[in-house]
Write a protein that binds this ligand. Sequence first.
Ligand code: SAH
Length: 506
Amino acid sequence: MSGAGKVSLVGAGPGDPGLITAKGLALLQVADVVVHDRLIAEQLLTHVRPDALVINAGKRRGDHLMSQEEISALLVEHGTAGKRVVRLKGGDPFVFGRGGEEALALAAASVPFEVVPGVTSAIAAAAYAGIPVTQRKVAANFAVVTGSEDPSRAASGVDWDALARVDTLVVLMGVETLPSVVGALTTAGKPPDTPVCVVEWGSTPQQRSVSADLATVVERVADAGLRPPAVTIVGQVAAMRDELRWFDTSPLFGKRVLVTRTRQQASALSALLASRGAVPVELPVIAVEPLDSAATLDRALAEISAYQWLVFTSANGVGLFFDGLTARGLDARALGGVRLAVIGPGTARALQEHGIKDDFMPESYVAEALASGLAPLLSAGDRVLLPRAEGGRSVLIEELQKAGASVDEVLLYRARPGEDVAERAKDVFAEGVDAVTFASSSTVRGLVDALGGDPAAVNGCAVACIGPVTAETARGLGVRVDAVGEEYTIPGMVDALEGWFARQAS
Ligand code: SAH
């Protein structure tokens, strides 16, 4: 694209991919060029358009890291070329992120830019450790300082005497210089028994922390072997972690959880797992293979006004159906007055992406409930169009026919094995998996096939299924099922898995 180029300096948040802002995410999804730091949640990049240019500015190029001048020049270059550029920076772009320098370079080159603030690690790493940076009657102010300027050097330029008087002091980039920071604060009169907490990789599944006081923290951090990235919180609030610890006590914290959905569908589940502290391990055991449905789809669309209901049982089905409309130069208006039924909220959301609200969704998100809920809404002779995957369950069609409807199936796709799935499955299980998630029967079949028909590796893990039908498929293939969601949705499955781990721990 050319013309209206713009560079957006976007805060990626501290690590948990769910902590990017809605505005930042929207920009990331449409960007032509993404220039990102080293310290950003890897998973955020799954939202980038497949054809976008992605540049890791934190990676070694030949024999050197990209310099700040090179990064600024890159932003100016792509901005001038009319691209939509997202400069994705860890935490907040203007908090020790050198975002200010990049903005100055863009302003000097007259390249339009905007700043999308982010959740800074200074506050978020503390929060994820259970530490509020301010607290009534305890801390009425806080300061954020860089520890990268060694306080033991005379020319450090940081007024440590003043900082020693601040209620809560948060030090970024200060692991190596921790001894001199502690020394400077103690010399300035900060009491040695002041609580201190150092949080490494805050808000990620690797989060570790050390709680101590000014007198002991250096030794304790060395013993624990904490390394950057870490923030150090100095002040009475640091002691509140004892009571307010919440993230690293979550039952899923640090657990490696296998995500078996298609690559396109994995990210929502992965983000949800990451936000509970789990490590999502993506192994797409199936891929969507579109079938040649041109003729049946043409026929159905030609007489779409003769149908009373259009029924979708998967988000994939919605996506491919609308691709079919688009390919024919049509859009949602082609559907006229036909009513729409969906099997559950994921499918409903896929419809909403096309600006359409469903007319019916069952209380329970399985084919039986869809059929029995839809049946009373049908009159004899009604026609139902059912675009879905090959091998879908017959119960839906049979029940709707019993209710007097005639049902036309359009087979849009089939689930085929994911790429190199057998080899990757072996590697993944060898590295260690704590739990396996199945969001559909086809993923169960896909994984068990990939394992040569032997479910032993799966049975060595906790197993969660999205609903009773998937669980039945699993049991039929010799897979033990530990957790099934009360609500048959992705969040319902994650809740159930979390509950299972909680019960194991108690
Ligand atoms: N702009 C960023 C800070 C960049 S400087 C922000 O607003 O968060 C890099 C420093 O940030 C690291 O040395 C470390 O002190 C801190 N940091 C970044 N991510 C962190 C994380 N997940 N946990 C702890 N500290 C983190």
